[in-house]
Design a protein around this ligand. Structure first.
Ligand code: 2AM
Length: 178
């Protein structure tokens, strides 16, 4: 199973994000609203024993709920090309703390440490040779985006199947935050 830990988002917020997908950017593959999420930790392929260890470790984690505000938009680049368009997250120490707790729990469950810096984001589109000028215009136009805060009351272990057009994400387990 290909697993990752993420926050799902309430429908009001998904609807707000889906509004971005109308912008005309050639080469953008917009993520469907049901797939929006904020990844806390990508795990990757696991066998059933590992998946069970991960579930136990995450279930033992104690964390508190917190408000989350999405703010700003931006792009990720690879080799000088934009690969992803995303909505960002307003500075959030509680989110960082939760991410750190999840990291510790997963390492206790035997996973290797995550080396990549945590850059919280919700991917809006994957980009295939999208014109950089159009992207820059989009980012400039929407940079002041700031959503209403939402209450984070759980985090979720998702499985991912790579579909033809879009990945199919399934919420396997929800872990409540107190
Ligand atoms: P992304 O949205 O920035 O691409 C499921 O694939 C989730 O895990 C996605 O949100 C993806 O982030 C994230 N992820 C992080 N590292 C990944 C990796 N090495 N391979 C695939 N997805 C990864």
């Amino acid at each position: 199973m290909r697993l990752f830990v993420a926050l799902d988002l309430p429908w009001e917020l998904r609807a707000r994000l889906a509004g971005f997908a109308t912008a005309g950017i050639p080469g953008a593959r917009w993520v469907p609203a049901e797939n929006y999420h904020l990844t806390l930790r990508f795990i990757g392929e696991t066998n059933s024993v590992q998946a069970e260890d991960i579930d136990h470790a995450l279930a033992a984690l104690r964390g508190r709920g917190f408000p989350l505000t999405l703010a700003g938009v931006g792009t990720f680049q690879k080799a000088g090309r934009s690969t992803q368009l995303w909505a960002g997250v307003a500075r959030n120490e509680a989110l960082e703390r939760l991410r750190a707790k999840i990291e510790t729990a997963l390492q206790r469950a035997g996973m290797a440490g995550e080396r990549r810096r945590f850059q919280p984001h919700v991917t809006l589109a994957r980009l295939d040779a999208a014109p950089e000028a159009k992207l820059a215009g989009f980012v400039q136009q929407h940079n002041l985006f700031r959503a209403e805060p939402v209450a984070v009351e759980h985090f979720t272990l998702f499985s991912s199947r790579l579909g033809k057009e879009q990945a199919v994400y399934t919420a396997e387990v929800e872990y409540p935050l107190g």
